[in-house]
Each structure stands twice: as structure tokens, then as C-alpha cells.
Design a protein around this ligand. Structure first.
Ligand SMILES: [Cu+2]
Length: 168
């Protein structure tokens, strides 16, 4: 009986060590991008969990797979018009076309943002229809099942290199 308890305790300890975010770190969770051919524009997504102890912000991303990399947000045309913004960002190519099929007669568009805030002990979520990383003019095919490197730049935390999984 004692042996069993010890074993269960050992297993639990290993599980907790694997799941619990270590203190003082920025965690990048499940980075992925949709399979996209070279020459077009792809989007990449992930979640950030800030347990660094201070608020931080994602301020840039770089990758050799694309000619340019930008941080974008999707917003509705109505919101953009209400704000009086004329910054339309890039053309509605690639994944944006699907997302242009908006709710009712409102159409989604997107625009570059300079930063995504990640308050201490909170998550920032990049997902279809929201914030995303725009990989502009892919220099190589993004093939499902393969992965590529992306480097995330933060205001406070040092650069983090992640492997982005390509999915269909
Ligand atoms: Cu975009």
C-alpha cells in the first residue's frame, strides 16, 4: 500500500511539473499556421501566457519563411469606419477572403497593430477572427505536417524562438 501511494505521488509530481508554468516565464502555447503556398500570405496563431511577474507586450515577430511579418487584428468594417480609420492594411488576399464573409452585412477586415498587451498572469490569444501574425509573401510553401521557426520579440522578455506547426 505504501509503495502504491509513493508511486501515485511520483506520477502526480511528474504531471504537475509538465503542466504547471514555471514562475518567471513567458509561455507560447500551440503555435500553428495554415498550409499555404509560396508567394501568398499566411496567418499564424498561438497563445501567450505571461507568468513573468510583470506585464509585457508582444512588439514584433520575425521569420525567414516570409518577406515581411506583421502583427494584425481582425475588426469589422463598421468598427473601422466608426473610428474614422483609412488604414486598410494589405489587400484581402489569402485567408482574409474567407473571413470577409462576415456576419449579416458587416464585413471583416484587418489592420496592422504595433503591440499586443499581455498583462501579468493573463493570456493573450491569437486565433482566426482575432489577433494573428501575418506572414506576407511566403518565400517557401507551408506544408501540412511540417513546421517552421518564428522569433517573437517582447517589450521586456527576451526573444523566444518557437516551432510553428503547419496544419490543413
Ligand atoms: Cu492579417
Amino acid at each position: 500500500m505504501k509503495t502504491q501511494k509513493t508511486l501515485i505521488f511520483a506520477v502526480l509530481t511528474i504531471l504537475l511539473a509538465a503542466c504547471a508554468p514555471a514562475a518567471g516565464e513567458m509561455h507560447v502555447i500551440e503555435p500553428w499556421a495554415r498550409a499555404t503556398p509560396a508567394g501568398s500570405t499566411a496567418a499564424a496563431y498561438f497563445q501567450l501566457h505571461n507568468s513573468t511577474g510583470t506585464s509585457d507586450a508582444l512588439i514584433g515577430v520575425s521569420s525567414t519563411v516570409a518577406r515581411a511579418v506583421e502583427i494584425h487584428e481582425n475588426i469589422s468594417m463598421q468598427t473601422m469606419q466608426a473610428e474614422g480609420s483609412h488604414d486598410m492594411g494589405h489587400d484581402m488576399s489569402g485567408h482574409a477572403v474567407e473571413e470577409a464573409m462576415g456576419h449579416g452585412n458587416d464585413v471583416m477586415t484587418m489592420r496592422p497593430v504595433e503591440r499586443i498587451e499581455i498583462p501579468n498572469n493573463e493570456m493573450a490569444v491569437l486565433e482566426p477572427g482575432g489577433y494573428h501574425i501575418m506572414l506576407i509573401d511566403l518565400q517557401t510553401d507551408l506544408v501540412a505536417g511540417e513546421s517552421f521557426e518564428m522569433v517573437l520579440h517582447f517589450e521586456n522578455t527576451e526573444d523566444i524562438t518557437v516551432m510553428v506547426m503547419v496544419r490543413d
